[in-house]
Structures are given as structure tokens and as C-alpha cells.
Design a protein around this ligand. Structure first.
Ligand SMILES: [Zn+2]
Length: 428
């Protein structure tokens, strides 16, 4: 870090950079070209994504008075895509003020990000995936988490330090409960729910899929899964709260949250139920109908279910997660607990499926199973709801309006209510 670096110098070098002309060398093979710049402002963290034809080489440092993050990109030339970056900053961005770019030396581009508050920057590159080319991601986390009631920020921090596993276990999440003893009489298999639910309001975690860099499925009209499912989750939350449930959401804004962090948040909140909400796509536009999935670690119930789980589990690669080591946990206890939890998940899933069937055709008449990463909380009954197919023109139309979204919210709430009454009866 160059301590003598002044703001005036940055501005001067940035201004000088504008006079550079793009040399033919910039188009030679192997020289990165900027193809897209995106900024995702959110209260949890703001993200800057620089997408390029080749992997970017970078250096960065922060400066005070005023607070800023300086990012140097080596072996590149400024182009019109990158010059647009400041126009992408939203005034409401909690962390980013303005962004200036310039050709700092003949082959170094400098980006200066004026910050509104102290941030903890996390920078990493991502290899091409799906429709994305190479990406350099700068995630700006708040230095001091503002909302002590929302564990998300602390979890994101743990996650970026490699302390959270794909099952949401690890860093500061509650230990996995050993499964309760099996009931003495097996004739009427009640749901073997943990008894911590006796004396308090049910705690439900709603998980709107995707967000930020990861749009999820996109319909022909441009309707994005991440927006539809956030809207359905918000409606569901309202209805459940009116029944007296405590409801949390894994995201309540357009932000990318890694799958493991979603699960870890539910565990940290000691959730009784976890419900992931999606609206997906299939290769054939004729595929349609509502579905409900539970976890299967042994294999999917159909080839389509397997494909769906693969595309959903790819969300971390698309949304952009720094690769970190995962913490291991006692897998014997996990597997026993998971079996008990899966039984509860199936009971919950069936109740929700019946309710959803009142408003839309069902994809098939029964529950589906596949190995969804987001359903892997070992001790929380978890389901994934596929509200409808964005790839089917008729269902895309339904998903675009509030009527069907309200119906989905009504159905999920009614299914949960039915499940909870059965679970409570079973413990009497
Ligand atoms: Zn999805």
C-alpha cells in the first residue's frame, strides 16, 4: 500500500487515463476485455462484478479521509463498458458513493470506489459458468453489523472465512440435536419432531431462491424467478405472521446469499421449518405444474428431479461464492438426525402439496425427492416448493400477476398450519 497516495493524485491519474488511446494490443488474444459491469447494492453487502473475456489480475487497498477502496487491474485497457461503471451506482447504495476509473499506467486500470462507511472488502475471481465469462467480484461487507437481530451478516462473515459447511453447520450455529428415541408403538408413525417446539411460537424460515447475480429462471417475457419468489415469500410471511408464527426470510432484498448461509441462518434461528420457494424452468416449454420436493441423499425420484436439483445447486457457482474449505461435522449423528427430519419433511411436504393443488395443476400427484443443497439442514424439516414453471408460457403469465402469488402464499401457509397441528397432536 502506498501511504503517500493522495486523493488529488488519484484524480489526476484518473483524469490522465482518459487521454490514453486504446492500442491494438488490447485486442490481441489473451488481453482481457471488459464485457459487463454490474453493481448489486443490498443492506447485507454490496457487490461489484466486473465481467471480462479473460481472468483479471488485480491488487487492492483501502485509504482513509475520505474512505475509499482502490482497485488496480493489471494488463488491461479502459473501455466504454468500464467507463459506464459510475452510472450503475445507485444513490441508495449503503456502501458505495461514487466510482471513478482511469488508465493509471499504460497497462493498469485504476478503479477508485468512494465509500459511505467502513467496509470489509472481499475480492475474488470466478471462472466462467452458465452465461457468464470470467468475473472479478468485490463484495463490500459492513465492518460493524448494524442489526443484532439478524444473524445473516455474521453468518456471511463466517462463510467467507470457511467456517460454514454446506449443511449449514459450523461457526456459531447450534449443535445438531441427537434424534429422539423412536416411538414404542410403530403402528401409527407420528412425526418425531424435536420437543423444543412445545412452549413457543413456531419459527418458520422462508427462503426465496436465487437473488443478485443469480436471477434463477427467466421467462420469455423477461420475468425473473428471483423477483417472483421474493414477492411470494413476502406474501407468505404476512399470512403466517397473522397466525402468530415467527417468520424470518433468508433474503428480503435482491441479494445473492450462498446456499450454506441460508441453511445456517435457519439453524441459528432454531427454525422449526424451512421452506424454499422457487419457480423454475425446464428444457421443454410443455413442462408445467406445481411440485414440492424433500431431500434425498440417495438419489432423485426422477431424472427431471435430478436435473432440477443440479441446476439449483449450481446457484452458488452462478451467484458467485469464494471457494473455501468446509468444516466437517460428525456425519454419523447427522445421518441419523437427517432420517428423522426427512420423515417430518415428507409430512410437511404432503400437506403443502395438497393445498397448492387447489390453485394449480400438480406436476405429478406426489412429493418429489432430490438432493437439494438448501434442504440439508440436518435437524429442521425442510421442503422446496416449485410454484410453477417460468418456461411454460401459461404458467409464466400466472406467475406475473399477484393473484397466483397470493394463492401460493395462502396454500403454503395452510399447509404449514395443517402440519403444525398434526405435529403438536402427535406429541400429546
Ligand atoms: Zn430456483
Amino acid at each position: 500500500m502506498d501511504k503517500k497516495f493522495t486523493r488529488r493524485q488519484i484524480i489526476r491519474s484518473a483524469a490522465a487515463g482518459l487521454l490514453f488511446t486504446v492500442t491494438p494490443a488490447a485486442f490481441a488474444k489473451g488481453v482481457p476485455q471488459f464485457v459487463a459491469v454490474r453493481i448489486w447494492p443490498a443492506s447485507a453487502y454490496s457487490r461489484i462484478t466486473l465481467e471480462s473475456t479473460e481472468k483479471l489480475q488485480y491488487n487492492y487497498f483501502t485509504l482513509d479521509n475520505p474512505r475509499r477502496l482502490v482497485l488496480d487491474l493489471k494488463g488491461v485497457q479502459l473501455n466504454s463498458v468500464l467507463q459506464e461503471i459510475n452510472s450503475k451506482v445507485q444513490r441508495s447504495d449503503p456502501y458505495i458513493g461514487t466510482i471513478r476509473v482511469g488508465q493509471n499506467t499504460a497497462d493498469t486500470v485504476r478503479i477508485v470506489i468512494d465509500l459511505k462507511t467502513d467496509v470489509n472488502p472481499q475480492l475474488f475471481t470466478l471462472a466462467p459458468v452458465a452465461n457468464f465469462k470470467h468475473r472479478l467480484v468485490a463484495d463490500l461487507y459492513p465492518m460493524h453489523a448494524q442489526d443484532a437481530n439478524d444473524p445473516l451478516m455474521a453468518l456471511l462473515e463466517d462463510y467467507s472465512n470457511g467456517k460454514i459447511s454446506s449443511r449449514g453447520t459450523g461457526a456459531d450455529t447450534p449443535p445438531v440435536k441427537k434424534p429422539p428415541e423412536p416411538p414404542a408403538r410403530a403402528d401409527n408413525t407420528p412425526p418425531a419432531a424435536p420437543d423444543r417446539r412445545h412452549s413457543r411460537q413456531p419459527v418458520i424460515v422462508l427462503d426465496p431462491g436465487h437473488g443478485g447475480e443469480d436471477p434463477g429462471a427467466i421467462g420469455k417475457s423477461g420475468l425473473r424467478e428471483k423477483d417472483v419468489v421474493l414477492s411470494i415469500a413476502r406474501e407468505t410471511k404476512k399470512r403466517m405472521e397473522s397466525l402468530g408464527y415467527k417468520v424470518h426470510m433468508t433474503r428480503n432484498e435482491d441479494v445473492f446469499i450462498p446456499l450454506g448461509v441460508r441453511v445456517a441462518k435457519a439453524r441459528k434461528l432454531r427454525a422449526d421449518l424451512f421452506i424454499s420457494i422457487h419457480a423454475d424452468a425446464f428444457t421443454s416449454p410443455s413442462a408445467r405444474g406445481t411440485g414440492v420436493y424433500t431431500l434425498s441423499t440417495r438419489g432423485a425420484s426422477s431424472a427431471a428431479a435430478k436435473l432440477l436439483a443440479q441446476t439449483q445447486n449450481n446457484a452458488d457457482a452462478i451467484g458467485g461464492v469464494r471457494t473455501v474449505g468446509n468444516k466437517d461435522v460428525d456425519s454419523a449423528i447427522l445421518d441419523m438426525t437427517q432420517t428423522v427430519t426427512n420423515k417430518d419433511s415428507e409430512i410437511l411436504g404432503k400437506r403443502v402439496l395438497v393445498e397448492l393443488g387447489k390453485y394449480n395443476k400438480l406436476h405429478k400427484g406426489s412429493l418429489d425427492q432430490a438432493n437439494f443443497a438448501v434442504l440439508r439442514a440436518p435437524d429442521i424439516p425442510s421442503i422446496l416448493v416449485e410454484t410453477a414453471f417460468l418456461s411454460n408460457p401459461e404458467e409464466e403469465r400466472k406467475l406475473s400477476g399477484m393473484t397466483f402469488r397470493h394463492q401460493c402464499a395462502d396454500a403454503i401457509t395452510a399447509g404449514v398450519k395443517a402440519y403444525l397441528s398434526v405435529a403438536i397432536l402427535a406429541r400429546r
